[in-house]
Design a binder for this molecule. Structure first.
Ligand code: F6R
Length: 241
């Protein structure tokens, strides 16, 4: 595991360097993408690199980690909308090459099976971008007595709904379920980049990277992966031993 600590303002630039390295070595990479506050500096940098002609996603494909269940795709807080607004609309990744779980599917279980099959037939994830929840979740793989390998429907933890309520009018409006790719899929990615910023993530980052590997802290399983790069700002790194 490689841990890179940078000033908050330099996180985006690091994100640009990491994706440029990946796409240079494999232009047709299968990218695993995340939503939330964490990847925004990366996405801003990718957009400006594409705008300057220094980076191209033209041959890449992307698979998002997760999506709320029951939220219309066009809802302002759906992850589909997030991805369009914060990245996809602004770069040269083909629309037909982007996959986001369909949280509006009438049969959510069937959608999970479809997502896994599509991902598998694409050859699996080459480069997976991850944030980390305050409770140690990655994707929406929440802490619990067990973890699930494949894409599945999850009941969102109360902490997660509360953390995400900042984007909704009220806590009641935050969906209770989501579709997420599973831990098996994440851990099969050939390379993983975990990003965290801010003091609020410092404790969970330290536990995930240096504490015991346990299902109660899903991000701790990243310790078992052969190729993980962790990008932290100084605040998020402040509790590492
Ligand atoms: C988002 C996702 C989540 C977030 C995590 C951190 O697609 O999979 O695991 O990465 O909840 O969220 P932020 O970045 O908003 O702190």
């Amino acid at each position: 595991m490689e841990i890179l600590v940078a000033q908050t303002a330099a996180i985006g630039q690091l994100g640009g360097e990491l994706i440029a390295r990946q796409l240079r070595s494999k232009p047709d990479s299968i990218l695993g993408l995340a939503t939330g506050s964490t990847p925004i500096p990366f996405y801003k940098e990718w957009i400006s690199l594409v705008g300057r002609g220094e980076l191209s996603f033209a041959r890449a494909r992307s698979f998002n980690l997760d999506e709320y269940a029951g939220l219309p795709r066009a809802h302002s807080q759906s992850y589909w909308t997030f991805m369009q607004e914060n990245l996809l609309r602004h770069i040269d990744l083909r629309v037909s090459a982007t996959e986001i779980p369909n949280g509006e599917a009438a049969d959510l279980q069937a959608e999970c099976v479809r997502y896994d099959r599509t991902l598998e037939s694409a050859g699996g994830i080459d480069w997976q971008l991850l944030g980390i929840g305050h409770n140690g979740h990655i994707g929406f793989n929440e802490p619990g007595p067990s973890l699930t390998a494949g894409t599945h429907v999850v009941e969102l933890a109360e902490e997660t709904r509360q953390a995400n309520s900042r984007f909704f009018d009220s806590l009641d409006d935050v969906p209770r379920q989501a579709i997420t790719v599973g831990m098996g899929t994440i851990l099969k990615a050939r390379e993983i980049v975990l990003v965290a910023q801010g003091e609020g993530k410092a404790e969970i980052v330290a536990q995930a990277l240096t504490g015991p590997v346990m299902t109660e802290l899903p991000a701790s399983f990243l310790q078992l992966h052969a190729k993980v790069t962790v990008v932290l700002d100084e605040a998020a790194a402040s509790k590492l031993p």
